[in-house]
Design a protein around this ligand. Structure first.
Ligand code: ACO
Length: 339
């Protein structure tokens, strides 16, 4: 029998500082009513000065290791687009802070789709026999990269980190990842971009423009691509693994905008009641969004062992990816306050 990667632990966290829609309305020209009705977001959490993405990742990783009941892994895969610095990667520092020894660790950049890409990498490492256990982390701090004059990004993004421990196991057991569908489209790379610190921006030889330091997102176009790609990727994956939309207990999409997720459900003829929502309480946490949503739903009992769960994500790149699993019996702590 082939070796599968099996989810055996999960954990997530958000920083302490809650930022509600009224506070956002003091920063840009918007209001609580608009943000709620157009995105579904009510609040998000922003990291305090001095806190880095790696700091959040360490805490999420610690919680996932506790959930799995283990204190060692063979590899750390860290999905982020807001690393502690462009070089070195953040993963080695996270591994060291978690006391994991001199194991390999690397960063992976696939924007909001990063966590699914991380699961795919970890699954490959386990299937090859080179690793027995892998820690996959998705973490981002976008709050420090938001243009103070851009209401499209200011209303959406929150900071956070989520992590999962995968172990070698049996393809038939709960928690085994049933397959993956991944894709990218560089023709639309400019729809969500952060130029500062990259070689293209440096090689222009022009002085850094203030705007280069901020995430620029063409929201309406991203919206359309997000619907098309998440629906297309989910459908392709379900066909490949022999599941039907009607089999799904939970549809867990990237948490950027509730209208995007509901539209994907409609396109797939899925029941909107099956769409797992967490963005109301944390906003779009980029690579952390899927593990944050899963951890929250496992902690409050919405996700039950044996549930059929589809994960799908989409982000800048463009990058997208989907996977599916029968939910295993894993312990989880709520990552954010419920009220
Ligand atoms: N507050 C109040 N009014 C607003 C706001 C705001 N924050 N933003 C736009 N408006 C107004 C506009 O001016 C416009 O008014 P008009 O009709 O009088 O001209 C109207 O609201 C509609 O504006 P749109 O830009 O069409 O707003 P839209 O419904 O597209 O919502 C949003 C904008 C929320 C950004 C949406 O496009 C979205 O969610 N996009 C996807 C984001 C996403 O998925 N990001 C993840 C990938 S990014 C990454 O990977 C890092």
């Amino acid at each position: 029998m082939s070796r599968a990667a099996v989810l055996t632990g999960i954990g997530a966290m958000v920083p302490d500082r809650m930022v509600d829609n009224d506070e956002i309305s003091t920063l840009v020209d918007t209001n609580d009513q608009w943000i709620r009705t157009r995105t579904g977001i009510e609040r998000r959490y922003w990291a305090d000065p001095g806190v880095s993405t790696g700091d959040l990742a360490v805490e999420a990783g610690r919680r996932a290791l506790e959930s799995a009941g283990v204190d060692s892994v063979d590899l750390v895969v860290m999905a982020t687009s807001t690393p502690d610095q462009p070089m070195p990667a953040t993963a080695p520092r996270v591994a060291t802070d978690l006391g994991l020894g001199n194991i390999p660790g690397y960063d992976l950049s696939a924007a909001c789709a990063g966590f699914i890409y991380g699961l795919h990498s970890a699954t490959g490492a386990i299937a090859s026999g080179s690793c027995e256990r892998v820690l996959v982390i998705g973490a981002d701090i976008w709050s420090t990269r938001l243009d103070p004059e851009d209401r499209a990004t200011a209303i959406i993004f929150g900071d956070g980190a989520g992590a999962a421990v995968l172990r070698a196991g049996d393809p038939e057991e709960p928690g085994a990842f049933a397959g993956f569908d991944l894709g990218s489209d560089g023709a639309h790379k400019d729809l969500a971009v952060l130029p500062a610190g990259g070689s293209r921006q440096r090689s222009r030889g022009e002085p850094l423009r203030e705007a280069d330091n901020y995430l620029a997102m063409r929201g309406k176009e991203i919206f359309t691509h997000a619907v098309d790609r998440m629906a297309g990727s989910s459908t392709a994956l379900l066909e490949r693994i022999g599941w039907h939309t009607s089999d799904l207990d939970w549809f867990v999409g990237h948490q950027a905008n509730a209208r995007i997720l509901n539209t994907v459900a409609d396109v797939m003829h899925a029941d909107r009641e099956r769409v797992l929502l967490h963005l109301d309480r944390v906003g779009n946490t980029s690579a952390a969004s899927i593990p944050l949503a899963l951890t929250d739903a496992a902690a409050d009992g919405r996700l039950q062992p044996g549930h059929r769960v589809l994960l799908t994500s989409f982000g800048g790149g463009l990058s997208w990816g989907s996977t599916a699993l029968l939910w295993p019996d894993v312990a989880a702590l709520a990552p954010a306050p419920r009220t």
